[in-house]
Design a protein around this ligand. Structure first.
Ligand SMILES: [Zn+2]
Length: 178
């Protein structure tokens, strides 16, 4: 995984492309939850589930199908009244994208196994050929170490700065539209 901060910041940046009227506190909280939710699968380690299996870390939970399911469920649960409107469709797409952004960033990290993007049809683990993001340690104690520092530095360059640039561009486009 990239760190939870990196995943959350990427989702927040993506969220700035959603119309302002949809962006409530609830929206931002859900965006952050979606971006880190796939890593709930780390529980598989303590359950003795093998890393490279379907339910293992970066397995089905990190797939594009799982991202679609999360996008639909989050919108149904939290925006039930607007599900069949333009807002509902935008939110489904956004929460799907926020969840899928997690897998995309993981596939750019330096360690662990790849991401099962196409599970359950194909459980092959994939990495992108460009992997500049230092893999983040699992567990908070390990994060406050030299390793953690390397993670912060690589995420600053490859996640935070590009995401901040994206936010500025998004802001300028929204401003021009008005
Ligand atoms: Zn992950």
């Amino acid at each position: 995984m990239a760190s939870a901060f990196g995943h959350a910041f990427a989702a927040i940046a993506l969220g700035t492309s959603i119309p302002k009227t949809y962006r409530s506190t609830k929206f931002w909280i859900l965006a952050v939850i979606c971006s880190i939710l796939p890593d709930a699968d780390v529980i598989s380690f303590s359950l003795g589930i093998p890393y490279d299996s379907f339910w293992g870390h970066r397995g089905f939970s990190h797939s594009l199908l799982a991202a679609c399911i999360v996008g639909v469920l989050i919108t149904i649960i939290f925006y039930r009244t607007s599900i069949f409107s333009k807002k509902g469709i935008s939110l489904i797409l956004f929460f799907t994208l926020a969840t899928a952004s997690h897998a995309v960033l993981d596939a750019m990290t330096t360690g662990g196994l790849g991401v099962a993007f196409f599970s359950p049809w194909d459980d092959t683990r994939h990495f992108f050929s460009w992997r500049p993001i230092q893999v983040s340690p699992i567990g908070i104690q390990n994060f406050f170490s030299k390793w953690g520092l390397r993670v912060i530095l690589s995420e600053l360059i490859y996640i935070f700065i590009p995401a901040a640039v994206y936010m500025v561009i998004s802001y300028l486009i929204n401003k021009k539209r008005k």
